[in-house]
Design a protein around this ligand. Structure first.
Ligand SMILES: [Zn+2]
Length: 220
């Protein structure tokens, strides 16, 4: 039987996946990593949602990773998170180098020790343009490595890889996700800033999905 460990950020996409795995009866636990992201507030929501669903939750403190992530605007206090209207080259500052390979690798170790035979993560098509480690070719390559990293294969389950964020929101609405208990903003302030790339994507996706957006934006 499939038992999945979720790589869980506390963001919108992985929260919908948390509910989906729970509804499919295959949720074995969730793991979050503090990699010194400015928006570590997301980890609060990860913990809360796991408590609500009665899911085993582990938060790993890897803030030392800041030293290897250079000037990615998601971790470096000297580099500002851009507003969404900036061009693609500026958007590249929001890439955290090879983050998902690191997270999936840590999750694999946890999955093996926690007797989970599957790792789930919520890569989606909206991230393909900017983030190489969310693309199908990356997912397929990691799936190959996870098959052979232990005595028995670990499956990589990325059911949203070809879905848009709006489609994920629609799925979440069906599953009864409380979207106010998810965090997207890269700037990690008191409330969602409303202008950074992920805030703008969040706002637009709720509109496209036709689902009410409960998020409080400081710049609506
Ligand atoms: Zn924001």
């Amino acid at each position: 039987m499939k038992k999945a460990l979720l790589v869980y950020s506390g963001g919108l996409d992985s929260t919908v996946l948390l509910y989906k795995l729970k509804s499919e009866g295959i949720l074995g636990g969730a793991i979050s990593v503090n990699y010194s992201q400015k928006h570590s507030k997301e980890l609060f929501f990860a913990r809360k949602n796991c408590e609500k669903l009665g899911v085993d939750f582990l938060e790993v403190d890897l803030r030392c990773l800041r030293d290897i992530f250079g000037n990615s605007s998601l971790v470096d206090n000297k580099t500002n998170v851009p507003a969404a209207m900036y061009e693609e080259t500026v958007m590249h500052s929001t890439v955290v180098p090879n983050r998902n390979m690191i997270l999936l690798s840590i999750a694999a170790a946890r999955a093996i020790s926690a007797k989970c035979n599957c790792i789930a993560y919520a890569a989606h098509s909206g991230d393909h343009a900017i983030y190489p480690d969310c693309r199908p070719e990356f997912v397929n390559a990691m799936a190959g490595a996870l098959k052979v990293c232990d005595y028995t294969p670990i499956e990589l389950y990325a059911p949203f890889v070809n879905l848009s964020k709006a489609q994920i929101i629609a799925e979440g609405a069906k599953l009864g996700v409380d979207f106010s208990m998810t965090w997207s903003c890269y700037r990690g302030g008191e409330s969602h800033c409303g202008v950074c790339p992920t805030c703008v994507e969040r706002k637009e996706s709720f509109k496209i999905a036709g689902v009410p957006d409960p998020t409080v934006y400081s710049n609506p």
